[in-house]
Design a protein around this ligand. Structure first.
Ligand code: SF4
Ligand code: SF4
Length: 107
């Protein structure tokens, strides 16, 4: 069995999977208690970007999240599945629900 290696890479613009699958416990503007896993952050735009990317109120955990093949996979669907499973959710269902929510970018 081969061990999957971690590889950092440049985030897929417009993917947004890590703004949907993981829970965030720190305050987010408009959500003082953070958000539950499996739900899109209200600041995730329709084209899969962060509407408060440059705001000082953007949670530090968001800034610290680095694109890595281990969790981002090779496309949005895969990222939703991996991150959803890690969250203890049904990753396949999450990928089915949000995998094609945006345009071609980020796939
Ligand atoms: S899941 Fe990975 S590739 Fe997708 S937006 Fe987040 S960091 Fe970028
Ligand atoms: S604040 Fe921005 S980066 Fe953080 S989860 Fe929401 S949309 Fe994503």
């Amino acid at each position: 069995m081969t061990r999957q290696e971690s590889h950092f890479f440049e985030c897929r613009k417009g993917c947004g999977a890590c703004c949907i699958a993981p829970s965030i416990s720190s305050p987010i503007p408009g959500l003082p208690n953070g958000k539950s896993g499996g739900f899109p952050c209200p600041h995730l735009t329709d084209d899969g970007l962060c509407a408060i990317f440059l705001s000082p109120d953007r949670p530090k955990v968001c800034d610290g999240f680095r694109a890595d093949t281990l969790v981002c996979g090779s496309c949005r669907r895969e990222a939703l599945k991996i991150l959803g499973d890690l969250e203890g959710l049904d990753g396949d269902a999450l990928a089915d629900k949000y995998g094609d929510a945006y345009g071609e970018e980020g796939t």
